[in-house]
Design a protein around this ligand. Structure first.
Ligand code: HEM
Length: 90
């Protein structure tokens, strides 16, 4: 794995739900993205986008627009790799 990517568990991801001044992270395709800089630009609006904040976004994302190339769009927003709960994060 790339050394600059964090290893992030589902419970850590859950903290980053966009509330209380926290950034809004989501997991797509096993990668964790910080959506915060993208929120104002989402064509579907902030409210819709933030429904996947703090959790695995694959289901919601694919229900709406499975064709959207999030890997390219959010490449600069990638913060880490989603790992299993209890897995080593160092
Ligand atoms: C539209 C990106 C997550 C709901 C779009 C479009 C893009 C985009 C590029 C325009 C698509 C087009 O016009 O062909 C993203 C990215 C996401 C994300 C990068 C994740 C990080 C979500 C989620 C939802 C959602 C989680 C809903 C739960 C919508 C809706 C539209 C839309 C409703 C249609 C807006 C319209 O055309 O009026 N999104 N999206 N998106 N997105 Fe997302």
């Amino acid at each position: 794995d790339a050394p600059y990517l964090l290893r992030i568990t589902p419970s850590q991801l859950k903290q980053m739900n966009g509330r209380k001044g926290r950034d809004a992270w989501t997991a797509l395709g096993g990668m964790v993205y910080n959506m915060t800089p993208y929120v104002p630009f989402h064509p579907g609006g902030a409210g819709e986008l933030l429904r996947c904040a703090g959790k695995d976004g694959n289901k919601l994302f694919n229900e709406v627009h499975s064709w959207v190339n999030y890997e390219n769009m959010l490449a600069a927003c990638r913060v880490g790799i989603l790992v299993e709960e209890g897995a080593s994060t160092t």
